[in-house]
Design a protein around this ligand. Structure first.
Ligand code: ADP
Length: 496
């Protein structure tokens, strides 16, 4: 393991943006928070304050929702579908033109290596907006042959739901904006976005592109603030028609309880504890690399992280020592250092949480098979770690850690592997490494998860539906399927 201090200098415009004043975006205009309060935004690589953003509250949320309602009933509705699509496409172009700036903002704010933000976060964001822009003109209903006497014309229409409250997490700050906003806007809704308090910067910069892209004021409003105040106010607002949320299962459950009062529509994309099964017939080099990437990508701060590894007993030691060697050799450092393979976690709180799990695992009898070393310089680093001697009742095996911690457990045969993999309350992702086609199919059918990876991990594409079984979620992102969650279906019956 090596640590380095050198780093590339951020672009001047990034520096200026980070250090400039930040505002809410309401009705197309910059606005101060009603309370005048600001939230500190921290640099995860140093633990120092990076900047401040407005600490929005229920009053700000209400102003934003009113603006979104006016835009929904007015200018956004009056545009043709192809005009809406062109605006969304133009937004994608503008993000792409500013790719380096967005990548640096997310790297600085979140702590992820700049190379990841450049290669994954920003290009995927652009792809999602482009993919969804094409659907504005393809929202179609059906006609029905009623089983009734007489002449009838019955058909369905797909209509936007209305004002969508979008609440997003900090692990992929800009990309999460696209995951929620692209389908919502393509379907003709308007939005109030509440970014995560840890990583609001790329969303605020995104807000500056909306007018140039051609969005009428109020179609997208952005309220920064805490989850407990701004997030909860959005969930409780009577004029919000739907909440779309990505984040922890515990907050998702709170939101589900809160919307029960007025039965708002809701999409929830939440946690995971995804099982990765490595069979003895796998190409072990591919499996070892794949399993390491499954857990260490984005520092394990990914809802699909392959956090529970199950390995066929005959190759258990070989696979675990291969992944441990990768963990031990990883270079940890600041996001803007080109040699960093892993950055700091997003926040002090997150660092303490993950370290707490490591302590609990050790107390419960888990053993470290391999671990890197974390720089000790005030940044929120946690070393990539592989744990063995893990039992299923341990918290490290049952709960989502959301950090670079892998547990490894042996299995005897395919049925044992499937049973252990499915013994979880989560169901977001799962997968296997095997060269046996029958095993690949059998395992894919039997795993209880919304996303299955075979000889790969974490594949994310706007064309393919994404979401969770069990306590990992309600609804789906991406693909044609996501439009079901951003439209109402109206059946119209005409007696002729
Ligand atoms: P994480 O554990 O990954 O930080 P959270 O679920 O706490 O995820 O946060 C995800 C998003 O949900 C953030 O934007 C956060 O501000 C928001 N949030 C947190 N608590 C609430 C709440 N009670 N109501 C609405 N939104 C919330």
């Amino acid at each position: 393991m090596t640590t380095t201090q050198s780093r590339i200098e951020p672009l001047t415009e990034v520096d200026q943006f980070v250090n400039g004043e930040h505002f809410l975006l309401i009705d197309g205009k910059k606005a101060e928070a009603n309370s005048g309060k600001r939230l500190d935004v921290f640099d995860p690589a140093t633990g120092r304050i990076l900047t401040h953003v407005p600490d929005g509250d229920a009053v700000d949320v209400d102003r934003a929702v009113q603006a979104a309602r006016r835009a929904f009933e007015g200018p956004w509705r009056r545009l043709t579908a192809s005009e809406r699509g062109r605006i969304i496409w133009r937004l994608a172009d503008l993000i792409e033109q500013n790719l380096e700036e967005f990548a640096q903002l997310d790297a600085i704010d979140n702590g992820k290596p700049l190379t990841i933000a450049r290669m994954v976060d920003v290009p995927l964001t652009v792809d999602v907006f482009r993919y969804m822009a094409g659907y504005t003109t393809k929202l179609e209903g059906s006609t029905y042959n009623l089983n009734l006497p007489g002449d009838w014309h019955s058909f369905s229409r797909k209509e936007p739901i209305g004002v969508i409250g979008a609440i997003i997490p900090w692990n992929f700050p800009l990309f999460m904006v696209s995951v929620k906003l692209a389908p919502a806007l393509a379907a003709g809704n308007t939005v109030v976005l509440k970014p995560a308090e840890q990583t609001p910067l790329s969303a605020l910069r995104f807000g500056e592109l909306l007018e140039e892209a051609g969005f009428p004021p109020g179609v997208v409003n952005i309220v920064t603030g805490s989850g407990e105040i701004a997030g909860a106010a959005l969930v409780a607002h009577p004029d919000v028609d739907k909440i779309t949320f990505t984040g922890s299962t515990s907050v998702g459950k709170q939101i589900a309880r809160a919307v029960a009062t007025d039965l708002k529509k809701v999409s929830l994309e939440m946690g995971g504890k995804s099982a990765n099964l490595v069979f003895a017939d796998a190409d072990l080099d591919v499996a070892i690399q794949g399993a390491a990437q499954a857990i260490f990508f984005n520092h394990g701060q990914a809802c699909v992280a392959g956090a529970r590894l199950f390995v066929e007993s005959s190759v258990f030691d070989e696979v675990v020592s291969g992944i441990s060697a990768i963990a031990t050799g990883m270079t940890l450092g600041p996001a803007l250092d080109p040699s960093s393979e892993m950055g700091p976690l997003v926040s002090k709180e997150q660092q303490q949480r993950v370290l707490g799990y490591l302590e609990a695992g050790s107390h419960d009898g888990a053993r470290v098979a391999g671990a890197g070393a974390a720089p000790d310089n005030g940044g929120y680093y946690v070393a990539p770690t592989v744990l063995v001697d893990v039992r299923n009742e341990m918290s490290v095996q049952r709960e989502e850690i959301f950090g670079p911690v892998l547990t490894a457990v042996p299995f005897t045969d395919v049925d044992d592997a499937i049973a252990q993999a499915n013994d979880t309350s989560y169901g977001l992702a799962a997968g296997c490494f095997t060269t046996n086609l029958s095993t690949a199919h059998k395992v894919s059918n039997a795993l209880q998860a919304g996303n299955i990876y075979v000889n790969c991990w974490g594949v994310t594409d706007p064309s393919a539906p994404f979401g969770g079984y069990k306590q990992s979620g309600w609804g789906r992102e991406f693909g044609r399927e996501v439009l079901e969650y951003y439209t109402e279906t109206k059946a119209v019956h005409m007696k002729l």
